[in-house]
Design a protein around this ligand. Sequence first.
Ligand code: TYM
Length: 357
Amino acid sequence: MDASGTAPATAPKTVFKQKVFSGVQPTGNLHLGNYLGAVTKFVDLQDRYDCIYCVVDLHAITVWQDPPELTRAIREVTAAFLAAGIDPKKHIVFNQSQVAEHAELAWVFNCVARLGWMNRMTQFKEKTGKDRENASLGLYAYPSLMAADILVYRATHVPVGEDQKQHVELARDIAQKFNNDFGPQIASHGFGDAFFPLPEPLIQGPATRVMSLRDGSKKMSKSDPSDQSRIALTDDADAIAMKIRRAKTDPDPLPHEEKGLETRPEADNLVGIYAALSGKTRADVLKEFGGAQFSVFKPALADLLVAKLSPITAEMRRLKDDVSYIDSVLADGSARAQVIAAETMKSVKDIVGFVRR
Ligand code: TYM
């Protein structure tokens, strides 16, 4: 250990096991943005990584939640994970409040993160608008808890939609500052030159930011007052077809090239959704539909949505009624998650200098 407080130059480079962590809030119904931006990625990553997927109920209560509705939503998001194809035996599916270490590490991170960093978080500014004085302290500290979610498992990869990029970057900053601040202790406890990995956001594909069906400049969101702005994972075929039929568009036919979408946010959004659902690029979709009117493209998109979503919706409905099964998945996942989280917290306590049992 040297007097400057930096890790000894001799500390071996820490090698982290590659691991995926991500979370979804149990607030309202999941929508197409959550599905394409996050849940489908969760499913795809299962073959390549050990994955931990969390229903982040501690995050949900940063704004008021009706308690019975929160309980329902926790089970519904879990059902959506399973219905979409996440395997809770091979990987871990759980709800955050069952693993107290998330909140415990978040406190340590509250003391590592700087106010200036938190003040830059655009989502907090967007969510609170002019009513900032009235926002909960939890909403302000939210990104610190999110960093703890990821880092309590020392996860290296975080699949999210575009809107969460800044939060994952903040988690990197917190990890980096913790590693620097406690460098000597990290090395002396045998963890090498870093205790936490710098997690990487995984934001790929044509639908990392799915937009509102009513306004191509706003992201599709659970909190939009218009139900017509989003496709919920619980929507039936008729509702999907109707919402796509009514989706805002412009009068021109689809362009032949991607460049032609640049000034047409609504068209760009619908083409992006089609691309993501069919596993194609926007360019491929335009090869097929370039020159077509929306009266042709919209029914094709609605059919594709129904074909892709209806098996998931049906399975979600079946699972949701099996409360004891859902709760057993969460209990089993939480127990397995906690083993990993407790191990991390034990080391964090040693590194920070707490006395423990
Ligand atoms: P949440 O619950 O708002 O959204 C869940 C996931 O869906 C993505 N998403 C979208 N993707 C594309 N287009 C959209 N319109 C769209 N809307 C939402 C989000 O980017 C997210 O990936 N803070 C997180 C939850 C969280 C978390 C974490 C995520 C808590 N701890 C740790 C990763 C790691 C959130 O509120 O997501």
